[in-house]
Design a protein around this ligand. Sequence first.
Ligand code: NAP
Length: 232
Amino acid sequence: MAEDVKTLEDNFRQQNKSCFVLGASGETGRVLLQELLERNIFSKITLIGRRRLTFEDKAYENVVQEVVDFEKDDHAAAKAGSELNTENPINHFKGGFIRVDHDYVLKSAELAKAGGCTQFHLESSKGADKTSSFLYLKVKGQVEADIEALGFDRFSIYRPAVLLVDRQESRPAEWLARKVLGGFSFVSPTAMSIPIQAVAKAMVSNTLLQPEQKTEILENKAIYTLGKGAGK
Ligand SMILES: NC(=O)c1ccc[n+]([C@@H]2O[C@H](COP(=O)([O-])OP(=O)(O)OC[C@H]3O[C@@H](n4cnc5c(N)ncnc54)[C@H](OP(=O)(O)O)[C@@H]3O)[C@@H](O)[C@H]2O)c1
């Protein structure tokens, strides 16, 4: 398997492709960027985010950064988000969530498609479903469906369960869930959680493959298996 991955990486590298990463300052994005740099399969990596990031390590010196004011580029100020009365604090939260997790992602995908990008890889969530009555799962499912409608040559959706990560930012509820699920993951590694490194490795490894379908969905177990196969 390790040999196969190496051959796939060599072949991919020769195609001289470039990629962009949205959310490289986030937990998954940070590890994904490390993985992309280590495996060196793209000739150019561009980070797109709302702020410039600082890197000390020399490995990051060729990474290009584009700072974008997502609010300014806010198309349809959120199809769904703008329909909410945002004076209500709960709706304000909901509107913000929809803007970031749906509208900014969709807008980025639209721009990427218009700019000739052929593949889009989306970290969604376990249980994503546009018909769900839970806002979180509904928004995740909706953005999946809206990006699929853009017609990328390839659209890969990753649906991880709870991410196991030592988060830099403090989120107490997530911390507690991780402590509980972290222990549980020894017994059943993919039932309810996944290490963030497995997600990042799977995303990079999957990029090397050529699926039969234009749109593919990788559920938690498939992500884990692919991430584990990438080794190290
Ligand atoms: N946490 C979990 O257990 C879990 C489970 C399944 C799926 N997911 C999903 O997986 C994805 C990645 O999760 P994560 O925990 O790795 O992400 P994260 O650490 O929360 O990072 C979020 C990223 O989004 C950016 N962002 C947030 N608000 C923004 C705004 N208003 N404008 C522009 N950029 C903004 C952040 O930039 P700044 O650094 O500038 O704030 C950061 O790069 C998310 O879509 C999440 O919903 C998470």
